[in-house]
Ligand binder design. Structure first.
Ligand code: UDX
Length: 449
């Protein structure tokens, strides 16, 4: 596994759990040291337990009797020494493709560097498997490059669909596996190696699709664009609900019952953030432009705008509730992570709102069960408070911006006893308005009366 971030560390642990012998490599020595001691450098439910369990097998404790899900006890080790990938049959590239500074396009420096350096350690017949989310056309370019240096190695594009917060389950039980392999005489043999890697999920019913390179790359960007569009669609409906006095949560429930539409990803509110959806739709638009097909994706610009408008609207709503000004007001922001069960704050809508309110003079206090260290790193000027009670105490308004269970389960009476003024803004439409209003709270949300 080359690259041990959110994707690679989880993939490494899960492949070992499936019974494979895995070596995870990263240039970041701190990350590798943490993973070696079963303490992932990010929060992902179940990951540390999995790392500890597998590494105990590797050290001989119970190695014989604790077989992986595939029947063979896998092993897992982490290193900064790339040369240790030699001897593996399948080399997964799991490095990041962040947004380029000042541009919409993806930054492929890490992918290019990983492929170039891995090539030095490949043996004839080895597979190198791209998992990173890349602009369509990247795999073909990398395959041509690989053919020049390692004519007997094969490249597969095998996109990853895991969600943060559910990464372990999503990797062990994927709904589909996509293999991007050119249609030539070696296709079946190449697919067979991947079938071996994924034997357990395949036996468990995961669908398997074999496509060419560009289709495999597009499956990932198209899926993320569809999800982003679904969220922005319901958020656009939320704007109409606000304008007309309707309730977007009831609307979503009602349209979601049509199984052609489905209720999933129709939760209106503060919109999407994180390290994937925002940068992936932008990179997709940039790539479409390069291919001369930019018109096909101009709608994604609107998807992006609707999403960013939600953050501005949330700040406006909060200011309105605070009688027109944040000055001398304590604003408790519940949530820093871009979504619950994660400590990821990349493009976090919650932190974006918190920072805007602080810039408008509010005394903002942000609390989050897992993401405060990362949040502080990105927004050193914001005030953070680990203790939820302390964050709520004396607040003039409470903004629920990430739907952690600790926040959605708050009791209106007990919370009311802590704050100075009973005003709550439900940025994720997860509270029952009637309950809060009955306890004397001013309740406001995006897209609800
Ligand atoms: C996403 C894709 O779901 C995953 O398949 C891909 O591999 C990586 O990108 P992730 O970024 O982990 O995964 O988060 P996801 O669960 O998709 O949520 C993204 C954002 O959308 C979050 O900020 C979430 O709060 C928001 N969201 C999600 C909504 O606002 N409403 C919804 O109904 C669903």
């Amino acid at each position: 596994m080359i690259g041990c971030g959110y994707l690679g560390a989880v993939h490494a642990a899960c492949m070992a759990a499936l019974g494979h012998d895995v070596v995870g490599v990263d240039v970041d020595a701190g990350k590798i040291a943490a993973l070696q001691s079963a303490a992932a450098p990010f929060y992902e439910p179940g990951l540390n337990e999995l790392l500890a369990d597998i590494q105990a097998r590797g050290s001989g404790e119970g190695a014989g009797d604790r077989a992986g899900e595939g029947g063979h006890a896998g092993s897992l080790r982490f290193t900064t020494d790339l040369a240790q990938i030699a001897g593996a049959r399948a080399h997964f590239v799991c490095v990041g493709t962040p947004q380029r500074r000042g541009e919409n396009a993806a930054d492929l420096r890490f992918v290019d560097a990983a492929f170039a350096s891995a090539a030095e350690h490949l043996a004839p017949g080895d597979l190198i498997i791209g998992k990173s989310t890349v602009p369509v056309g990247t795999a073909r370019r990398l395959a041509e490059q690989l053919h020049r240096t390692n004519p007997d190695a094969r490249l597969v594009w095998n996109p990853e669909f895991l969600r943060e917060g559910h990464a372990v389950t999503d990797t062990l039980h994927p709904d589909r596996l996509v293999y991007g392999i050119p249609d030539d005489e070696q296709r079946d043999a190449t697919a067979a190696v991947l079938d071996d890697v994924y034997a357990t999920p395949l036996a468990g019913g995961s669908a398997r699709l074999i496509t060419d390179y560009p289709t495999a790359e597009l499956v990932k960007t198209a899926a993320n664009s569809f999800l982003a569009t679904k969220i922005s669609f319901i958020n656009a409906m939320a704007e109409l609900c606000e304008a007309s006095g309707a309730d977007v949560t009831e609307l979503a429930d009602a349209i979601g019952l049509d199984d052609r539409i489905g209720r999933k990803f129709l939760n209106a509110g503060l919109g999407f953030g994180g390290g994937c959806l925002p940068k992936d739709i932008r990179a997709f638009m940039a790539r479409a432009g390069e291919l001369g097909a930019d018109q096909a994706l101009t709608f994604l610009r609107e998807v992006d705008s609707i999403n960013m408008r939600r953050r501005i609207r949330m700040v406006e709503l909060a200011r309105e509730v605070c009688d027109g000004s944040f000055l001398n007001k304590k604003i408790a922001v519940l949530g820093a992570a871009f979504k619950p069960e994660s400590d990821d704050v990349r493009d976090s809508p919650a932190l974006n709102v918190a920072a805007q309110i602080q810039l408008q003079g509010g005394n903002v206090v942000v609390t989050d069960p897992k993401a405060l260290a990362n949040a502080e790193h990105r927004f050193p000027d914001l005030q953070f408070e680990e203790d939820l009670t302390a964050a709520l105490t004396g607040a003039d308004a409470v903004l629920l911006l990430t739907e952690w269970p600790q926040f959605t389960g708050l009791d209106p009476e007990a919370t009311g006893a802590l704050v100075r003024t009973r005003r709550i803004l439900d940025g994720r439409n997860v509270l029952t308005p009637a309950t809060w209003r009955a306890a004397g709270w001013t309740y406001r949300a995006l897209g609800r009366p």
